[in-house]
Write a protein that binds this ligand. Sequence first.
Ligand code: GDP
Length: 430
Amino acid sequence: MVKAVVGANWGDEGKGKITDMLAKQADIIVRFQGGANAGHTIVNDYGKFALHTLPSGVFYGHTTSVIGNGVALNIPVLFDEIKSITDRNVPMPKILVSNRAQIVMPYHILFDQYEEERLGGKSFGSTKSGIAPFYSDKYAKIGFQVSELFDEELLKEKVARVAEQKNVLLEHLYHKPLIQTQELLDTLHEYRDMVAPYVCDISLYLDRALKEGKTILLEGQLGTLKDPDHGIYPMVTSSSTLAAYGAIGAGIPPYEIRQVVTVCKAYSSAVGAGAFVSEIFGDEADELRRRGGDGGEFGATTGRPRRMGWFDCVASRYGCRLQGTTDVAFTVLDVLGYLDEIPVCVGYEIDGEVTKEFPVTAKLEKAKPVFKVLPGWKTDIRGIRSYDELPENCRGYIEFIEREIGYPVTMVSNGPERDDIIYRKSALAK
Ligand code: GDP
């Protein structure tokens, strides 16, 4: 059976924690898209970790962690990350890398930086991890699959061919140093030797695992609103963030995905540019940012302060719908315990009309939030383990949002640790 853990919004919803928690009952955890450009923060018995490439199952001895074919694989970053956890006494995880995953090349990272420099103020707010140039090359069919590292003749020919094309841009558009083919080949040989022990035919491995009745967890990065098709294009990421893509990025049949756990945070945050209708500013935002997440809302990979906002029912209903949500995990609710009143965005006003449906980007840019203000609960809810023990106003907040988004909230997270979770029966659950 396959479960997916994905985000409803802009990312940073707390997927890492939920995956880490669900991984306890899983056999295999698969990253199916994205790269080292975003991260998950996980708190467990070994300490606090920021993971960028490794799946959030690496802390359990019984799980196998898989880098699927849909991932933008940065090989040195993967190995630095393995070292960073084993250095802190986490046992060496079982890791498998798809032979069809493609490799983030050193020049992808440089092109990302050069393009941001060239665009200046009009940039897309890239994290400069090479993700957009990587996926552009993948679909332009000049990417390098892991399997190709093991074919010397092919590698030499392809490096020369790709360098010829890239060097035209480096010389004439960016005015930067050119790619030296021998140097690049040497780097790729190092990559080959690093990754060799982990390479696997992952779709075949997962097919066998499914036949043996194993539980597989697909771990998404970012959220619906960063999806290149269904998100706030062009302020999106370069690979699909939807559970449906999990089938492709892992290499499994789509009908095997039986549960889609969509993670929604009890308020909003976003990094990078783009429309953010329920955004708040000034002291109000600073306070939420400071209290948010576990030690403040700052990017796990970049350290950038996140933009803050109130919960957005319009974006979250859309976000859940596109994921094909079976369960909502509602996270970071404990953080809101300081507020007397909590505004929730229930509609968008666009050109004088109020809508509850999430629009295309050009209209989204014009949208103004319609807020409904709910009463706060003014207590610390951390440590509570049963839904009925939550303060009435807190249950009221959850149930209001559940009705607005229309998907069952079956898990409520009230703290960053594995055990900070309340399971709940929802009337909306099928
Ligand atoms: P992800 O990318 O979706 O995994 O999200 P991040 O890990 O970047 O951000 C979530 C942050 O919230 C992390 O610092 C988590 O440790 C923290 N977190 C997750 N769930 C909770 C929760 O229920 N309460 C609190 N206070 N923090 C949480």
